[in-house]
Unconditional design. Structure first.
Length: 477
């Protein structure tokens, strides 16, 4: 299947759990789409527990893939397809039939779900609240937010943990800023249910505004349900109503044996390991970003997520970190740094327009931040050919382009070249050895024929390349 940046799947609600839909979703997830939204059309459910089972079922499938995956119901969101732009819309058919009872595949068993289950109802409460760190928004967060938005009809207060309560968090340096976490939560909530009034509160103590506000329900996970009693004790002291508690289950992460639940800590550990960055180096990288842009959301949520995708081994934030060390002498350092941050932001070894897609994403960033994108776009696109024959560029920009491209190639002269060669092989692991050998040798020979402009040791680079060619030639004949 062709790679698309944003994919919308329109699906009849009654198809949930049917084997055909399950296979279809996984088919799209396996192709490393950047974002998939599954929009379930015709949602007649009354009780929240049914929604909960559906969400757990669908998000459980998505947890094994890098794609940003969201589930949307059309119950309150009739204008969704008009308000959001997608590169491709797939309509699986939206004609509803039958009595709306559905089959959910849970733990490899088909279980019939009836809509007469006794539990809290959709829209049962006018005003509700939930809370959490919401760091690196993941599928567990999306389930909590979805059910919170379904439980209430007017207002949702979302408490987001502030810095004071995060001092003891593991890998604290990799935590997203409060502003980034707020934006990620807000974007999801507005997409899921735009008719709800949202209020965000930075939590400097566990109860936040729920200790004295006008609320009816607290939506919490099993892990945080003890907070309900704590909050109700505070409310009782002020003669306020006691909050109902809607307790949501937790989705398990089957890839972690020690910690079964999905958590943001696991995501921070993964980001550190995938990118081979210490906490100090990550803070250095963030500082480099802040030297050219104060919009942390684009760094912490967009760039970090993309550069940490599973298919990457060399083209990670480590590559960006190392490149930034090589930019001395640039005339316009902001241009060169931004080109460095964005030049590999889209990277799927199986497609051939990564540079164009990276450039397009940069242009979206530039539009939001009101930046001139022309020169930086040229820099990003030139990483496809690594040529500097851009005659219309002014002299200073042409000089900066040479520095930028040489920084991108500086790994060739590095003592870490053998690790780089191994990482590239892993990124192209979908090729059998013989096919990879032929293609890689052709690329390396092209490097040898090219002029390498300002590397400190062109001789070392050519020696490294020649040694890799000789190793490859010893492979499958």
């Amino acid at each position: 299947m062709k790679h698309h940046a944003k994919l919308l799947i329109l699906c009849p609600f009654e198809f949930i759990g049917f084997q055909d839909l399950d296979h279809k979703i996984e088919e799209y997830l396996k192709t490393n789409q950047e974002e998939i939204v599954l929009y379930l059309v015709g949602s007649p459910i009354t009780y929240l527990k049914v929604y909960e089972k559906i969400l757990f079922h669908l998000y459980d499938k998505a947890q094994h893939y890098p794609t940003r995956f969201s589930v949307i119901f059309d119950t309150f969101n009739k204008q969704f397809t008009k308000n959001y732009k997608f590169d491709l819309i797939i309509n699986l058919g939206t004609q509803l039939q039958g009595d709306f009872n559905i089959q959910l595949k849970v733990n490899h068993q088909n279980q019939q779900i009836q809509f007469s289950q006794e539990s809290y109802k959709v829209n049962q409460f006018q005003r509700g609240a939930n809370g959490g760190t919401f760091d690196h928004l993941h599928i567990g967060h999306k389930i909590l937010l979805s059910l919170s938005l379904l439980a209430i009809s007017q207002h949702l207060t979302i408490g987001i943990t502030g810095d004071i309560l995060l001092q003891k968090k593991k890998l604290k340096s990799f935590l997203q800023s409060y502003e980034t976490r707020c934006r990620c939560v807000k974007e999801f909530c507005i997409m899921f249910r735009p008719d709800i009034e949202l209020y965000f509160s930075e939590l400097v103590e566990p109860a936040g505004p729920t200790k004295n506000g006008q609320y009816e329900v607290l939506i919490a996970t099993q892990e945080t349900q003890q907070s309900l009693q704590y909050i109700n004790n505070l409310r009782k002291e002020q003669n306020l109503n006691q909050l109902e508690g809607y307790i949501v289950g937790m989705i398990e992460n089957q890839t972690h044996q020690v910690d079964a639940k999905i958590s943001s800590t696991q995501f921070r550990e993964y980001i550190q390991t995938k990118n081979r960055l210490t906490e100090y180096e990550y803070l250095e990288l963030k500082s480099q970003w802040l030297s050219v842009c104060d919009n942390l959301y684009w760094f912490e949520s967009i760039l970090v997520d993309y550069y940490s995708q599973p298919q990457r081994h060399y083209h990670t934030l480590r590559h960006i970190y190392d490149m930034l060390k090589q930019l001395k002498g640039a005339k316009n350092i902001q241009n060169v740094k931004l080109a460095t941050f964005f030049h590999d932001v889209i990277y799927y070894p199986k497609i051939h327009d990564n540079e164009e897609k990276s450039c397009f994403l940069f242009q979206q960033f530039a539009q939001e931040c009101k930046l001139d994108s022309e020169v930086i776009s040229i820099f990003i696109l030139q990483t496809k050919s690594h040529q500097t024959d851009v005659p219309f560029l002014p002299e200073n920009d042409l000089s900066d382009l040479m520095i930028f491209l040489d920084a991108d190639m500086s790994i060739l002269e590095s003592d870490a070249y053998p690790i780089y060669a191994q990482d590239i092989r892993m990124e192209y692991s979908h090729f059998p050895d013989k096919e990879y050998k032929i293609g890689r040798i052709a690329v390396l020979q092209k490097f040898l024929q090219s002029k390498i402009f300002n590397l400190r040791s062109e001789e070392k680079a050519r020696k490294n390349i020649q040694e890799e060619i000789e190793i490859l030639q010893q492979w499958v004949v």
